[in-house]
Design a protein around this ligand. Structure first.
Ligand code: PRX
Length: 658
């Protein structure tokens, strides 16, 4: 059977049915022995030595897990190490100086390769420069840079001298930068004059100037000259040109500072329930061990691979799986500055082809866009180098999952659907690709050593198929240790709901709703706040969305509740369709029929609004809260954080017509 996109559907494999990892993949996989699950259970927490063993320690740790002050756990206590040493020096010592560490692909087609030696030199010089500016151990350095090599260089330079970095996504506003610097009391900033956006020069420095005006503290600011003559800039007091600084320290080396395993490696701000950003604290030992371990066991990365995580370093995915994980393993990590559709929609596939990328990791929102653009773009390139594909960031329904496997993975690549969070630091739920069967749409079982459970409000395991709360009942090395300046808030946000301190029970609550099947595979449905109550039944908006997204012609959907006086909540579905699919009554009917068949008539949407795009944050998450305000005719908050704010007005106009 050929579907409407023209690709063959294997009639014997209905979408959603499991796939075994191909034998050719299993043969070469890093982790293939299924006894690993049992071993981690029996030897917990000592099993995590496997992760710590992937690192080089200046001083061996004494205790794997210190749990005397739960939920403030400590991992690998007594151990000392340096993250930059682990990502650089030890590879040089192993004779891998000329091995490519970073392959950078710029927005304007520029290409640069940093060997491990090149990267080490750049990191040492910038570390010396930071010291010259007065940066000392434990000073928080804010990095506000786009995807240019100076960003990982600055991160590793900070790590080298024991100064935690706080990366603020370059697309965030001056206000967002100021709030984060203020909260972290950060007196050092590394930024740039600007960057290119779809070919145009965009001024970043003016945002920095605006942020600095509002800050009380003095800030020493290093400015990378990214745009040259395209956007001349002047440096004021306390501002330094990156190249000039580095030149003054050419050829210098800086001894990596031995850090306690529990010392902070970085801070990462993420959105909080109260609207205030939360500064999630990650440590040097546990975090690095967990990311190195999962890069190896889940993403199956080998030192000789060319590996590409197409995320932005401004988010946790980029920290863990563009910078720290791959570099700790000594592999080649691709770093891409641009967007997937510029200059054309085959840009990513051209990069995969030219670099012979082995492992590719992206987000479902990107996969849905590729699907919408059509299979002809990947088809223009040879993608046969790919061995494994990954996804992260939100649930992926079975149609884009199958499309990804077929059109990017050539039908033969396993896919890992990895569930984790800024707070978990590294992957916590995913299949192990050399062992487990994959079930499209479900992330998989918890990783070995991770006690993830789906429970009801009292903490009892829910029955297979029932919706519950996703919790983790044992600590893990990559977990956030606290919120910067907010131990109490850390406990309230993550631990109070499911813990029972009287019985020394400490369970982490992820904030996500999920289901689990008979095989222990967890399907994450989304944030619990995304559950709506219709006639006393709790319905997951994600579940409804995933049914809609599987309707022919639909690309993605967002479902929200509208409170009505007469009855209770009404369901509003915002739907975007493929380029060649006219959103008409037939599609509308298919949507309703599919929902009735899959969930029941109770979940039938009152209103289906077609829109060319859904409003999304800059990290690609659908802004459901905003869509809920639109449905409820509420005053809309600030939409400047959106990637596509213009779409909101169009949607409002559409609703008025309904
Ligand atoms: O709701 C889950 C969703 O993304 C949230 C974490 O977002 P953030 O901290 O920005 O980190 C994103 C990258 C790790 C989770 O609470 N999420 C992440 N991965 C998945 C997912 N939802 C479903 N399936 C996933 N694989």
């Amino acid at each position: 059977m050929v579907d409407r996109n023209g690709w063959e559907e294997d009639a014997s494999v209905p979408t959603g049915s499991p796939h075994s990892p191909p034998a050719s993949f299993v043969e070469q996989a890093n982790v293939t022995n299924e006894a690993i699950y049992e071993e981690f259970e029996e030897r917990w927490p000592d099993c995590w030595e496997r992760a710590a063993d992937l690192l080089s320690w200046d001083r061996p740790y004494e205790t794997v897990l210190e749990d005397g002050n739960a939920p403030f756990y400590e991992w690998f206590t007594g151990g000392e190490l340096n993250a930059s040493y682990n990502c650089l020096d030890r590879h040089l010592e192993a004779g891998r100086k000329t091995h490519a560490a970073i392959r950078w692909e710029g927005k304007r087609g520029e290409r640069e390769t940093y060997t491990y030696q090149d990267l080490a030199t750049a990191v040492n010089e910038f570390a010396a420069a930071l010291r010259e500016l007065g940066v000392e151990e434990d000073d928080v350095v804010t990095l506000y840079l786009p995807m240019i090599p100076e960003l990982p260089i600055a991160m590793l330079a900070c790590a080298r001298i024991g100064a935690p970095h706080s990366v603020v996504f370059a697309g965030l506003s001056a206000d967002a930068l100021a709030t984060r610097m203020e909260a972290a009391d950060s007196e050092y900033l590394v930024t740039c004059d600007g960057y290119y956006r779809r070919g145009d020069a965009f001024n970043q420095k003016s945002k920095v100037d605006n942020a600095r005006i509002t800050l009380e503290q003095d800030v020493e600011t290093v400015v990378v000259d990214r745009l040259g003559e395209d956007l001349p800039h002047v440096l004021g007091d306390g501002e330094y040109d990156y190249d000039d600084l580095v030149e003054r320290h050419a050829g210098e080396t800086v001894e990596p500072v031995s850090r306690d395993a529990e010392d902070m490696l970085f801070l990462m701000y993420t959105s909080g329930t109260t609207g205030e950003p939360k500064g999630v604290v990650h440590t040097t030992g546990g975090y690095l061990a967990h990311v190195a371990w999962t890069t190896r066991s889940v993403l199956d990365v080998k030192p000789e691979d060319t590996y590409w995580c197409a995320a932005d370093i401004g988010w946790i995915t980029g920290h863990s799986y563009i910078v720290y994980g791959p570099l700790a393993l000594g592999t080649t990590t691709v770093m891409y500055e641009g967007t997937p559709d510029y200059p054309d929609r085959d840009r990513l596939w051209e990069i995969v082809d030219r670099n012979a990328v082995d492992v590719f990791y992206t987000a479902p929102t990107a996969i849905r866009a590729f699907m919408k653009w059509g299979e002809e773009y990947p088809a223009q390139h040879d993608l046969s180098s790919l061995r494994l594909l990954g996804t992260v960031g939100e649930a992926i329904s079975s149609r884009p999952w199958n499309w990804y496997r077929e059109h990017i993975g050539g039908g033969g690549c396993p896919i890992v659907d990895t569930w984790w969070q800024t707070e978990t630091g590294a992957i916590t739920i995913s299949t192990l690709p050399g062992i487990d069967e994959m079930k499209p749409g479900s992330a998989g079982p918890p990783l070995p050593g991770i006690d993830a459970r789906v429970v009801d409000a009292e903490g009892a395991d829910v029955d297979p198929g029932e919706t519950g709360y996703l919790t983790i009942a044992q600590p893990w090395p990559g977990m956030a240790r606290t919120l910067y300046d907010g131990d109490d808030q850390y406990r309230t946000e993550y631990w109070d709901q499911f813990s029972d301190p009287d019985h020394d029970r400490w369970w982490y609550f992820s904030g996500d709703a999920a289901t689990v099947d008979e095989d222990g595979y967890i399907t994450v449905l989304g944030r619990v706040d995304d559950v709506i109550n219709v006639s006393g039944r709790r319905l997951s908006t994600m579940e409804i969305e995933s049914v809609i997204a599987d309707v022919d012609g639909v690309v993605e959907a967002a479902v929200v509740g509208r409170s009505s006086d007469i009855e209770d909540t009404e369901i509003y579905a915002y739907v975007s369709t493929e380029g060649d699919c006219e959103p008409d009554e037939t599609v509308r009917e298919s949507i309703t029929e599919s929902i009735e068949a899959a969930i029941g008539s109770i979940a039938r949407p009152e209103v289906v609004i077609f829109t060319p795009e859904l409003p999304k944050t800059r990290s690609g998450k659908i802004m459901r809260r905003l869509l809920e305000d639109v449905a409820n005719d509420n005053q809309l908050g600030d939409t400047s954080a959106l990637r596509n704010p213009e779409i909101v007005g169009e949607i409002q106009a559409e609703i008025r017509q309904e």
